[in-house]
Every structure is written in C-alpha cells, then in structure tokens.
Design a binder for this molecule. Structure first.
Ligand SMILES: [Zn+2]
Ligand SMILES: [Zn+2]
Length: 323
C-alpha cells in the first residue's frame, strides 16, 4: 500500500482535516464492512443492562457507511477502523475527578446573524457529551499570538501557534480545550487551508467555521443557511471533541465520527453517533443514554433540525421499548 506523504499522515497525536487537494487514490481500496463487521465493531453487549444493550444494537437506525466517491475520505485514506474492543485496549484520555470540563476558546468575532451562536454551540456540546462546557474569555484577533497570512483575500491563522497557546493556558479542570473561530486556518505554508487541527495527547484543538458559511466561497446564502451553518459547526465540534476521547474515524456506520475530505461529504454524514461510537463515548463518560438523547432532541427541535429531532425520538422509543 502506498503511504501518503508524511505531512498528511493522520496519527493519534495530530489530526489534520480537510485536505484541499484530492489525493491520489490508494491501491488498497476501502471495502464496505458487512453486518458481521458492524456487530464486531460494537462488541458483545449481552452482559449490559437492557437499556444499554438496546442503545448499542445495530437495529438499522444508523445506516451502513456509504460507498466513498473518488474525492471522499475513505477512498483516499483507507483506514482500518476501530472496534469498541480495540478502543478499550488503547491508552487514551478520560475525564476524571479533576479534569472534567470541556472548554471552548472563541478567537475573533462571532458576529450575530453571520456566525453560529456561541451559546448554541456550548449548549450542543453540553448535550452531546453530557459534560459541563465553559468558555474562556474570547481573544481578539489583534491580541492573538499567532502568525497569519492572506490567502487570496482571506485572512488565515496558523494552527500550530494557536495549539501552543492553548497548551500554555489549559485550565487545571479542563478535560480538553477547543479554540473556535470564524477566521480561516492553515497548518503550515505548504497547505492551502485546514478546517482544524488537534493534539489529542495535549487535549487541545482549533477549528474554523469560516467555510461553513455558503458566502465564504462568494456563493449565495440559500434559505435556511443559518441553521445549516449551525448544524455544520455542531457536527464539527462533536466530531473533534469525540477524537479527544480517543475515538478514531468510524468506518462501519453512517456516523458523526466518519472521516470527511470536504464539506459536501461532511454534509452528507449523520449528526449522530453509531452504536459502536456511542458505546465508546459512554464507556468514557458514563451518561444516561436516554437523558442525552432527550437533551439533543430538544436542541434539534428548537433549531428546526426536524429529521435529527425525529431520529433521537426514535432512539428513545427503541431504548424504552419492551425486551
Ligand atoms: Zn476526524
Ligand atoms: Zn461510529
């Protein structure tokens, strides 16, 4: 199998997202996992309480992963996947008595009406992870100790400088800290842009929502674009924070933890964790699965994400349903 150039390697320590160029198709094409593979990804649930067993069952509510198109993530990164059992075996961070809060660090402005609301992003993160989520005071761009450049007419910030800053300022009670910004990002001179970059070992990451606004590409904003931008940003926050728990890309189901090479691919993927990834997150945090779905459902309903609201309602009925 041909390996990608070293700077594009995705490792447990550093995750680089959204390559600008479509990479050459690998010789080892991705094979769609079958129902047996999906069951193995979830693992044995027979000893779990009934509610958890139902929550972690492949009952069709999370579809099988779609065949990747030529420009999609798995066509270019044929990852091996990570079963629940494999997840349990690796060394990974977990929240504990001391480090149990997720911090969001806004960088630059989030203008009302033209950026996802910070409070909504916090509420979603809180519902998704069932953990306390706090803001650190926003850092104005003029005070940010990070290199920047102009790419065409777009200002871009250097991710590695921001990650270094986050590492220096990580609060004692932080499980992880994610910087979020409406300014575009680049990881080094060779790259055109990235959506974000994270260091799992150091529990910090930085993510830009700039490209979630259809107007970024000088395109028109279609009706409902604000909810679209909010949903995209929520999905990125959930996916990236999921990595902070040691959850690798999901190759089994249509799932929040699917890798994604571009915005169209990300838009086509689910807002929801599949049974395997939900089991991983649950093993780290230990939330009440029904309470979590209830909080997510209320969020989706409030923001007219009706299909997603319906999906979680279906999950709650399935989990509460008779044996
Ligand atoms: Zn990822
Ligand atoms: Zn998954």
């Amino acid at each position: 199998m041909k390996l990608p150039p070293p700077f594009m390697l995705v490792t447990a320590a550093v995750v680089l997202l959204a390559l600008f160029a479509v990479l050459p198709r690998s010789e080892a094409d991705f094979e769609i996992p079958d129902a047996g593979d999906r069951d193995r990804a979830i693992g044995d649930t027979t000893k779990l309480p009934p509610a958890l067993r139902k929550a972690f069952t492949d009952d069709g509510s999370s579809g099988a992963i779609a065949e990747p198109g030529a420009g999609d993530w798995l066509a270019n990164h044929p990852e091996p996947g990570q079963t629940f059992a494999e997840f349990m075996r690796v060394r990974r961070n977990r929240p504990d008595e001391t480090r149990n809060r997720i911090y969001l660090q806004p960088i630059g402005l989030f203008p009302e009406g033209f950026a996802p609301s910070l409070n909504k992003l916090r509420d979603y993160t809180k519902a998704f992870f069932q953990m306390e989520v706090r803001f650190t005071p926003p850092i104005p761009l003029a005070e940010l100790p990070a290199k920047n450049r102009l790419n065409g007419r777009k200002l871009q910030l250097l991710t590695t400088d921001i990650l270094a800053l986050l590492r220096r300022s990580l609060p004692d009670d932080a499980y992880c800290m994610l910087a979020i910004t409406m300014t575009d990002l680049y990881p080094d001179e060779k790259w055109n842009y990235v959506f974000g970059q994270a260091s799992l070992r150091h529990r910090v990451g930085v993510f830009s929502f700039a490209r979630h606004d259809p107007a970024f590409f000088d395109g028109r904003r279609p009706p409902g674009w604000r909810n679209l931008m909010l949903a995209r940003s929520c999905k990125v926050l959930a996916h990236e924070t999921g990595h902070m728990f040691g959850i690798r890309h999901c190759i089994y189901f249509d799932c929040t933890m699917n890798g994604s090479n571009n915005l169209a691919e990300s838009d086509s993927q689910s807002m929801h964790l599949c049974p395997s990834c939900l089991r991983k997150l649950h093993s780290s945090i230990g939330f009440d699965v029904v309470k979590r779905y209830g909080a997510l459902g209320a969020f989706y309903a409030e923001h007219e994400l009706d299909k997603d609201a319906e999906w979680v309602t279906g999950r709650i009925s399935a989990i509460r349903g008779g044996d």
